[in-house]
Design a protein around this ligand. Sequence first.
Ligand SMILES: C[S@@+](CC[C@H](N)C(=O)[O-])C[C@H]1O[C@@H](n2cnc3c(N)ncnc32)[C@H](O)[C@@H]1O
Ligand code: SF4
Length: 356
Amino acid sequence: MSSLYVHIPFCVKKCNYCSFISFPSKKEAFELYFGALKKEFEHKVKEKLKTIYFGGGTPSVVPFEFYKSFKFDFADEYEFTFEINPSTVDLKYLKNLRSIGVNRLSIGVQSFDDTILKSIGRIHNSSQAIECVKTAQAAGFDNISIDLIYGLPNQTMELWQQSLQKATTLGVQHISTYGLKIEEGTHFGKNPPKGLPDEDLCADMYLRSVEVLEKNGFNLYEISNFAQKGKESRHNMTYWENNPYIALGVSAHGYQDGSRYYNTSDFGKYLKNPAEPEFSEKLTEDEILTEGIFLGLRMKKGLSLKEFKIRYNVDFQEKYAYVLNKYKDFFEQKNGRISLTTQGLMLSNVILSEFI
Ligand SMILES: C[S@@+](CC[C@H](N)C(=O)[O-])C[C@H]1O[C@@H](n2cnc3c(N)ncnc32)[C@H](O)[C@@H]1O
Ligand code: SF4
C-alpha cells in the first residue's frame, strides 16, 4: 500500500509570503499539466493507496473535469485530502470531489481578520472563509482542516486569539498553525513588511495556540498541528514517521525505496519528462537515522525507544545522551517513548540540530 502526494501548481494570485511553486491558472496549462501528471501517475502508482494528498498551489482552481479521469485504487479506510482555498469552490465542486473519493479537506484560511488577509495578499475575506467551511460541511465533509498563520504583519495577540477562537467554533476537526516565515524571492522577502511581531511575541502566540486549541478539544500532535482525537492527518503522519511516499507533479518531493527524490520546478521541463525526477539520492543508514529523529521528534508522541532500536539498530538514549542531558528540561519520557515538551517543540530547530 502506498501514500501519494500530488502537487497542483496553480493559483489565482501569488500571496505575499508564499514560496510554493505555482503558476497562473490557465485552461491550456491545466490540459498540458494533467496530461503529464497522468503519465507520471501510471508510471509510479502501482499499489492500492492508503493516503492521498492533493496540495498546491491551489488544487481547487482547476475545474473538476481534470480530476475525474484519475483511476484511484483505494485501500480500505483510505484518507484522501484535497487543499482548497476559500472563494474558489462552490457546493457542486465539493460534492464532485466527494464523488471521486475525497474524504478530507484542508482549507487555507490563514486569518479571520480582513485587514490582515488583505495585507498578506489573500483573495478571500473572513466571511468567505466561514462560508467555505459551511459549504464543505453541507457537501458532507466531516474531516476538515484549516490553516492559520501567526506572526503576520500588524497581528496582535488579541487578533491571533480571535482567529484561534473563531476556528474552534466552526465544527472543523483539525487546525494547523504556522509561524510566518519570510522566504527569499517572495513579495515579503523583497519588500520586508512593517509591523512584524518580534520573536518573543511569536513564541507567545505559539503557546497561546496550544492553550486555546487544547482547551477546545484540539490536541497538539505535531509542532504545527492540532486535531480532535482520531482526526490527525494520516498522510502527514506518513512523513513524520519516516515512511515512504510517492510524489507527483512539478517540484514534488518523494521518498521511496530508501531514496529521496524531487521533480523539476520548471513547468516546461516537467511536461517533457514527467516520469523522471530531477534529483534522486539513496540515503545512507546514517541519513535515514537522522531523518527518523528529525521527523519523529516533531510529533508530540515522539519516538518509541523500542521501535527505534529495532528499526535503526541504535540505542537512542545511549547514542544521544549528550543532547538529552544538555536539553533535559525540554524532553520527557513516558511509556517507553521519548518526546519534546511543548517548550521543546517551540525550540525544536535548535535542539534537533544537535542530532546531526
Ligand atoms: C502549500 S500551502 C497552500 C495552501 C493553499 N493554497 C492556500 O494558500 O490556502 C499550505 C499552507 O502553508 C502555509 N504557508 C505557506 N507559506 C507560508 C509562510 N511563508 N509562512 C508560514 N506559513 C506558510 C499556509 O498556511 C498555507 O495554507
Ligand atoms: S499560499 Fe496558497 S494560494 Fe497563496 S500563493 Fe501560496 S499556494 Fe497559492
